[in-house]
Design a protein around this ligand. Structure first.
Ligand SMILES: NC(=O)c1ccc[n+]([C@@H]2O[C@H](COP(=O)([O-])OP(=O)(O)OC[C@H]3O[C@@H](n4cnc5c(N)ncnc54)[C@H](O)[C@@H]3O)[C@@H](O)[C@H]2O)c1
Length: 286
């Protein structure tokens, strides 16, 4: 498969990442089918895309006509069967290996193009393990976008044990084609990005949990001390605390005790305080 042969990109999940991935692929001229399990999730995904594109219009980066044509290239759906024509499918469903394997098995049956590439946007889970349930594991690769997708330049390309050289090159080329910058790494829990970032976020939560400083002081401190745009607790709210916990749990399981999730993080997830997406996390967004 060559990037120039790709006409239709399928995106699974219309959540925080799925809608951003759909947006950037459509902005690069691809036809996109964005699938989620319930109508309200695809509707919310489309709303987020329109809001994001409107900001680009307001800033004069794209015209209203361009925005309309980008939106018209995205077909939201709840039907898995609509992905039959996809040449590339990027899954961005919840960070759960069983759910991811289930959707990959379904894709095996649905996608008609035998050369189609399947990719996962997982933050930490094994690309090799997911590829094992894909009928063509050589055509499975990690394409890990950063949040918020329309603004973040870097994309991690993860080579699973059986990912072919051709598939890896395809992923690198595709990412350049949509105006982003690929960074390649091997399949290992958390890859480069979250191996380093998640312990930082988790440690920020420990600093709050141990009463060392208030949430405001922790975030302000880290912004000022290290010149990052967001502190660890603000970033956790942006990512989604459930996603952070799933990522830290994977690192803990795969790499040992130094990645142990903070009890406060577990409690907040149990209480449904997931950050911006639910209106409340460390901060209140309501
Ligand atoms: N949030 C981040 O900052 C971030 C960054 C990089 C990567 N990721 C990864 O991206 C993936 C998605 O994360 P998110 O933050 O967008 O989660 P999210 O909870 O915002 O969205 C996930 C969506 O997947 C949908 N879904 C569940 N099962 C599905 C199925 N069978 N078919 C289609 N849709 C299904 C859910 O309904 C939900 O809308 C995860 O693997 C996550 O680790 C997240």
């Amino acid at each position: 498969m060559k990037v120039e042969d790709v006409k239709v990109v399928g995106v699974l999940g219309a959540g925080t990442m799925g809608n951003g991935i759909a947006q950037v692929c459509a902005a690069a001229g691809f036809e996109v089918i964005m699938r989620d399990i319930e109508q309200k999730f695809v509707d919310r995904g489309m709303e987020t895309i329109k809001k994001s594109l409107s900001k680009f219009v307001q800033k004069g980066k794209i015209s209203q006509d361009e925005m309309d044509s980008i939106v018209s290239r995205i077909r939201p759906t709840v039907e898995m069967g609509d992905l039959a024509e996809a040449d590339l499918v990027i899954e961005a469903v919840i960070e759960n290996m069983d759910v991811k394997k289930r959707v990959i098995k379904e894709l095996n049956e649905i996608v008609k193009n035998q050369e189609a590439i399947f990719a996962s946007n997982t933050s930490t889970l094994s690309i090799t393990e997911m590829a094992a349930v894909c009928r063509r594991p050589d055509k499975f690769v990690g394409i890990h976008f950063m949040n918020p997708v329309p603004l973040m330049k870097g994309v991690e390309i993860v080579r699973g044990l059986l990912t072919s050289e051709e598939t890896l090159e395809f992923a690198v080329e595709f990412i350049r084609r949509i105006g982003k910058e690929p960074v390649v790494c091997k399949d290992s829990a958390g890859f480069i990005s979250n191996r380093i970032l998640m312990p930082w976020v988790n440690e920020g939560i420990y600093v709050l949990y141990e009463g060392i400083a208030t949430k405001e002081e922790i975030d302000k401190g880290m912004r000022l001390f290290t010149n990052v745009p967001m502190g660890p607790l603000e970033l956790a709210d942006l990512i989604g605390l459930d996603i952070v916990l799933a990522a830290v749990e994977t690192l803990h399981r795969e790499l040992g005790d130094k990645y142990k999730p903070c009890p406060l993080l577990k409690q907040m997830v149990a209480a449904g305080l997931l950050g911006r997406k639910t209106g409340r996390g460390f901060y209140d967004y309501r």
